[in-house]
Design a binder for this molecule. Structure first.
Ligand SMILES: [Zn+2]
Ligand SMILES: [Zn+2]
Length: 380
């Protein structure tokens, strides 16, 4: 009996009788973070970090069936030891360490290595078996430092001001928008928030030092938005809500903005490549630092990344899960829905050269699994 198994309900610890980020309703679920593909409805009991709890409790409308732990706190379920360690993906997000009889597994959920100013910074956890995502598991994904990206965003905002335009930037409501808020230069002008972002931000009590913001209320006059930055979720794109800001420049902050055609398809003037997932160098570094001799790859460019690791002498396997990573964002594009990445042709190929693109086309985009009410919490 393996310490963790991949079942049709999710990642399962048979000895403890609990699941990690299960996608079907189960009795007891340990949850890495609040994004909708990891924290799902219908489980009997939930366990997550204290920092992740407010969002999960609010999103899933949980009451006394949600228990919390501190980071690093050890808990024992049927003598199996569990602890949560910072994943650096969004505030409160965790990797789950599972240990029994000297054997250690780590499930990383979603993660990134660069400190974003709001999330508890990622920490490598030594283990024998590491379960990793690979949302951006191709060598072309090599992020610029966040400082450079925010310089670009600030410059864009200033330029729009001199052109008499409002700056509207879209980023998913849970994590990305708070990251934008925390890192833009508030001395440039006023910052406004879409209602969905205001309500999620209010749940992040662990995030300090956010600049002052104003909620975009329906009765506000155009004049109020002059020279301002407006942060909205991707679901606001293409809706009449945007008209009040005219004339405006639209920017999108997403890892997928490095993809040819992604910016144009969403009708944006600027794309900022800002992701809450690890890029190719970071995925490799993360795997190395665990010291794991065996790796399971759950979502993203799983088969390519697993093959790459095998080539490095690490036992690596691709596993089928229902985590969506940032792939879901492609499926949001209306007409593109329900196609696979491969079928979308040139447009969705990463900019630059790629290794072994043969494997990349085999990923299914779970477009039909995207519900509208999830979109604002979705992970792009
Ligand atoms: Zn996530
Ligand atoms: Zn995810």
């Amino acid at each position: 009996m393996a310490l963790l198994e991949f079942t049709s309900e999710g990642i399962y610890c048979p000895k403890a009788g609990v699941y990690l980020d299960p996608w079907k309703p189960v009795k007891k679920a340990l949850i890495t973070h609040g994004h909708s593909d990891h924290a799902r409805w219908g489980h009997q009991r939930y366990l997550c970090t204290k920092a992740a709890a407010p969002v999960i409790r609010h999103r899933l409308n949980l009451t006394d069936n949600l228990e919390t732990v501190d980071f690093y706190e050890k808990i024992f379920i049927n003598n199996v030891e569990f602890s949560f360690h910072p994943a650096g993906h969004i505030p409160g997000s965790a990797q789950i360490r599972v240990s029994d009889g000297g054997e250690v597994w780590v499930f990383s959920g979603d993660y990134k290595l660069e400190h974003d100013g709001i999330s508890e910074p990622f920490e490598p956890v030594r283990c024998h078996t590491f379960i990793t995502e690979s949302t951006f598991g191709l060598p072309v994904y090599n992020w610029k430092q966040q400082k450079e990206i925010f310089n670009d965003i600030n410059d864009w905002w200033r330029k729009n001001q001199s052109a008499g335009k409002v700056s509207v930037i879209a980023g998913y409501a849970l994590g990305k928008s708070q990251r934008i808020l925390r890192n833009v230069d508030p001395s440039i002008g006023r910052i406004f928030l879409h209602g969905a972002i205001r309500s999620v931000t209010a749940l992040f009590s662990s995030v300090k030092d956010l600049p002052e913001t104003t909620y975009v209320s329906p009765e506000m006059k155009k004049k109020e938005f002059e020279a301002a930055l407006v942060i909205c979720p991707p679901s606001a794109l293409g809706t009449p809500w945007l008209r009040r800001f005219d004339p405006y420049s639209l920017g999108i902050a997403s890892g997928w903005m490095g993809l040819r055609g992604a910016r144009r398809r969403r009708g944006a003037d600027r794309g900022f490549v800002l992701s809450d997932h690890a890029d190719w160098p970071a995925l490799n570094l993360a795997v190395r630092e665990t010291g794991a001799s065996r790796v399971f790859v759950t979502h993203g460019y799983s088969s390519i990344f697993a093959k790459w690791l095998t080539g490095l002498g690490i036992e690596a396997h691709e596993v089928r899960t229902q985590y969506e990573g940032e792939l879901g964002e492609i499926a949001e594009g209306g007409a593109e829905e329900n196609k696979t990445v491969g079928e979308q042709g040139e447009e969705n190929k990463p900019v630059g050269e790629s290794i072994d693109p043969g494997g990349a086309g085999s990923q299914d985009v779970p477009g039909s699994a995207l519900r509208l009410d999830d979109e604002e919490n979705h992970d792009i």
